[in-house]
Ligand binder design. Sequence first.
Ligand SMILES: NC(=O)c1ccc[n+]([C@@H]2O[C@H](COP(=O)([O-])OP(=O)(O)OC[C@H]3O[C@@H](n4cnc5c(N)ncnc54)[C@H](OP(=O)(O)O)[C@@H]3O)[C@@H](O)[C@H]2O)c1
Length: 269
Amino acid sequence: MAIRWQEQVCLLTGASGGIGQAIAYKLAGLGVSLILTGRNADSLSALMASLPGQHTLVCADITTEAGRDKVVAVCHDRHISMLINSAGISETGDFTTTPAQRIDTLLLTNLYAPMALTQRLLPLLQRASSAYVVNVGSTFGSIGFACHAAYCASKFGLRGFTESLSRELASSNVGVFYLAPRATKTGINSAAVVSMNQALGNKVDPPERVAEALVSQLERNKARWFIGMPEKLFARLNGALPELVDRALAKKLPVIQRFLTSATKEKLL
Ligand SMILES: NC(=O)c1ccc[n+]([C@@H]2O[C@H](COP(=O)([O-])OP(=O)(O)OC[C@H]3O[C@@H](n4cnc5c(N)ncnc54)[C@H](OP(=O)(O)O)[C@@H]3O)[C@@H](O)[C@H]2O)c1
């Protein structure tokens, strides 16, 4: 059945971010009522003021129990039918020198928080006639890319969580979706990552492309959606014939290391 966008009430995490804002504009334009979350109150307020329609803002750190309590309380009052987990952080560099605390925060933000929010909001979503959970993953949730060990671990985990839950809820009113952007022009990417992408010739999408993809994915009811070629193909190839991708990426390793290992050293100084 076609989605009735104007009847949807959506909790959007990471709404203050590049991809989150693009999703907010796209969905608000379709008539969705949004609950916008993030930690940056100023950018959330500015976003809310610029969107068409009536929306709610909740400023919270979703890596804390108290932050999630705050978000869930607002969702209880609003009869949500859609959850989009877009909040995320990145970490690049040599794995051996990545501070353990950064790995903790990354796994909490990118993997544990979406799982915990989904678990707590499912009873509310199950009350809607049709409900949707979209987890924003990454191409790096299917391809282990050098100098991204913790980030890849979090997104591989998110993909596994999404697939399992999607199959568990297959006969229910809740659809569970995995959306995998490739490199996208937002603040999550450090200057070093931007330079590496240029040197490798990696394509970089505007965040609006991710928002468009999300709408197409839900309208076509596709459990998984990978954005862009050749990334889409490489993600599949890595699943079937990882040795081929090992070889292709080994050729790129000197370039990756040139940008990302020195960036890590600079950050740690
Ligand atoms: N951009 C890319 O190249 C790319 C590619 C593939 C996948 N992705 C994925 O797309 C998603 C969105 O990324 P983006 O590019 O939009 O990044 P971004 O511009 O840096 O935005 C990240 C968002 O996450 C929120 N966030 C981070 N930690 C949080 C916390 N502890 N509590 C609450 N909110 C938190 C930020 O909110 P505050 O700043 O307000 O705290 C911000 O709204 C992420 O999951 C990312 O992994 C991005």
